[in-house]
Design a protein around this ligand. Structure first.
Ligand code: S3P
Length: 448
């Protein structure tokens, strides 16, 4: 998808109350699956084809990194890529440090993949990524025998290659799909099986895709065991729409939908991603799943969303890892619900692209939303019917999901909301403002 011409990088977004939303929305391809599709097809045998690829800044950082490691990748169309895999042992040293931009997924998964190679690598990123914790991946990789160094826990990540890796049983302290995936990628090269045991379920795209490449992956409850393969088979994949991008329009439909509702087409509904649906339904949302199907080993469906009066709830802890990227927009829904919503057990929000608890709290303060910050979440006093936000200025702190969430808040704002530092919307949802306008949201580039 081309970048939104009306939202140049330096310009804030302005979100206003809109007439009721309706029509059909499409969201771009899944970010997690797009990253993984490049990494796995790059080390597979021969020609892989990926359709519905998310051509966002984050995934293009993965694409550039795979190219720098010697993989030929053709971009046939905006969302169609052909990857000429070099085989498990065919990657070559990059000429310089690999720049992962804003993409935590790219940095953590590449750390796993590159820890197992016969050459050295250095991984860097933008100002936000350079502050994010990397020891969580470095530690288990060191247990496997890899030489991975961080700077007091953060990037640059320096990897010395040529270390033989051992298969390990790793019990991870937090349910992180990125850490699990990094260990599994390194496990492809280990001398025996590698097992990752998690405290709760987290997204399982790596497991599904590895199995699709012919790798023996045994999943049992909260443990995943990978047997190192001789080779990976190539992939033919159509990436589903990203549930995390659809989340903005789901909440928009609930807050501002018309009688006939809003249809969001072709959304990936992997059960490790859809905790938000359960939470919103617990708050009284009407969301219907239509035309369920499969695409690239992933469940996909259309979502039909109707304007709904939401009630505050205590968010069940078990749903937190299954909705981890959707909390910023859930906070917006909670501010519009009647009564209090309590979110706990979500301390991981503190180490995402921004400290999302702090970023949302700062926005709430300037928009007059009563709330209290908890170390691992927030208590939000919802307003119920009518405007829930006063209008005013909000800083996204460079976090794409915070920026898009406050754009949705515009639907229930008494006055315009101006959202600053929004360039990173392009890391996950290029064309967001344009798509939002196509269903009736009033989100435009602002002069300041
Ligand atoms: C991701 C896993 C999640 C998520 C991130 C993408 C992935 O992070 O927040 O946006 O693609 O594996 P954690 O695994 O650190 O929770």
């Amino acid at each position: 998808m081309p970048p939104d011409p009306e939202a140049p990088k330096s310009q804030p977004l302005r979100a206003l109350k809109a007439r009721s939303l309706k029509g059909t929305a499409w969201v771009p391809g899944d970010k997690s699956i797009s990253h993984r599709s490049l990494m796995l097809s790059g080390i597979a045998e021969g020609r892989s084809e990926v359709r519905g690829f998310l051509a966002s800044e984050d995934c293009l950082a993965s694409l550039a990194a795979m190219r720098a490691l010697g993989v030929r990748i053709e971009r046939i169309g905006a969302t169609h890529v052909v990857v000429h895999g070099v085989g498990l042992r065919g990657l070559k040293a990059a000429a310089q440090a690999l720049d992962m931009g804003n993409a935590g997924t790219a940095m953590r998964l590449f750390t796993g993949l590159l820890a197992a190679q016969g050459f050295d690598s250095t991984l860097i990123g933008d100002a936000s990524l350079m502050k994010r914790p990397m020891e969580r991946v470095a530690k288990p990789l060191r247990e496997m025998g890899a030489d991975v160094r961080t700077q007091q826990g953060t990037p640059p990540v320096d990897i010395r290659g040529g270390r033989p890796l051992r298969g390990i049983d790793y019990r991870q302290p937090v349910a992180s799909a990125q850490v699990k995936s990094a260990v599994l990628l390194a496990g492809l090269y280990a001398d025996g099986p590698t097992t990752v045991i998690s405290p709760a379920r987290s997204r399982d795209h790596s497991e599904r895709m590895l199995a699709g490449c012919g790798v023996r992956v045994e999943v049992e409850e909260l443990s995943v065991r990978l047997h190192p393969p001789q080779r990976l088979a190539s992939l033919q994949l159509t990436v589903p729409g990203d549930f995390s991008s659809a989340a903005f329009f789901i909440v928009a439909g609930l807050l501002g939908g018309a009688g006939e509702g809003l249809l969001i087409r072709n959304v990936g509904l992997n059960p490790t991603r859809t905790g938000l649906l359960d939470i919103l339904r617990g708050m009284g949302a009407t969301i219907e799943i239509r035309d369920e199907r499969e695409s690239g080993a992933e469940p996909v469906a259309d979502l039909w969303v109707r304007a709904s009066a939401l009630r505050g709830i205590e968010v069940p802890a078990a749903l937190v890892p299954l909705a981890i990227d959707e909390f910023p927009v859930l906070f917006i829904a909670a501010a519009c619900a009647s009564g209090e919503t309590v979110i706990t057990g979500a301390e991981e929000l503190r180490v995402k692209e921004s400290d999302r608890i702090a970023a949302m709290s700062a926005g709430f303060l300037s928009l007059g939303v009563a709330h209290s910050v908890l170390p691992d979440g927030m208590r939000i006093q919802g307003r119920g019917e009518g405007p829930a936000f006063s209008g005013g200025d909000v800083d996204s702190l460079g976090d794409h999901r915070v920026a898009m969430s406050f754009s949705i808040a515009g639907l229930r704002a008494a006055h315009p909301i101006v959202i600053r530092d929004v360039a990173n919307v392009a890391t996950s949802f290029p064309g967001f403002a344009e798509s939002a306008r196509s269903i009736g949201l009033d989100v435009v580039a602002s002069d300041g």
